[in-house]
Write a protein that binds this ligand. Sequence first.
Ligand SMILES: Cc1cc2nc3c(=O)[nH]c(=O)nc-3n(C[C@H](O)[C@H](O)[C@H](O)COP(=O)(O)OP(=O)(O)OC[C@H]3O[C@@H](n4cnc5c(N)ncnc54)[C@H](O)[C@@H]3O)c2cc1C
Length: 217
Amino acid sequence: MWSFFFEPLEPVDFVAGQYLNLTMPGVPPAVSDRLFTIASAPHEPLLQFTTIIGPSHFKQKLNSLKTGQEVEADQLGGDFTWEAVPSALSNDGVKRLFIAGGIGITPYLSIIRYLIHKQQPINATLLYAGKNEKRPFVEELHTAVEIDPTLIIKEYSETRLTLEQLKKDVPNVEHYIVYLAGSQAFSEALGEGLIEDGFPRQQIKYDYFDGYVDLEY
Ligand SMILES: Cc1cc2nc3c(=O)[nH]c(=O)nc-3n(C[C@H](O)[C@H](O)[C@H](O)COP(=O)(O)OP(=O)(O)OC[C@H]3O[C@@H](n4cnc5c(N)ncnc54)[C@H](O)[C@@H]3O)c2cc1C
């Protein structure tokens, strides 16, 4: 798992949690594009992207870029952000449950970095699942908790984060807006499970990392 840092040639006006489409130079158009969450926060000078280097043409090219090489980025978007909460719930008392499977931590990282920078209480519980080697930024997240104790983190490396485990650890889950980020299998299992249990669909926000359909988190 690696992070790549790019200097934007013009300012990128993004909200923490949003993504960009990157186009790798010299890669056939059919496989040259991938969406990536911007893992850095809007106040940081470089754009950070964190990913798993697999065998795809795209990733191999990304991994072989030399300092100074240019990459195209477009399609800035996404509402997996701190502010975009369902209108019925948007008030100051809203509680957020951030759920991440492995690499799905990237949007939360941006949000947490941004709120710490703004000195705004995070007021969220983060459930972070994945084997130890598949959960990046754990140290930085622990530091974030020290800086802002309104951030609570529960980690799942030995125990799996199943729906049952989630309900046990967050017994009043219905009071939260649930954010889900990670492989499609991970996010769907938890999200659809909650909905089958009667949890309101509009209280769930998804960030599917396509391309990681079957990834074991
Ligand atoms: C909103 C969003 C945010 C994301 N953020 C991150 C992130 O922060 N870090 C990260 O590592 N990944 C992120 N992803 C996933 C990322 O876009 C790639 O799909 C993933 O990294 C796998 O890329 P790969 O080249 O290794 O996949 P491959 O091994 O090439 O792909 C696996 C399978 O997915 C298909 N596939 C994957 N991407 C595309 C595409 N763009 N177009 C067509 N088919 C595709 C392939 O055809 C193949 O069947 C995000 C995805 C989305 C939608």
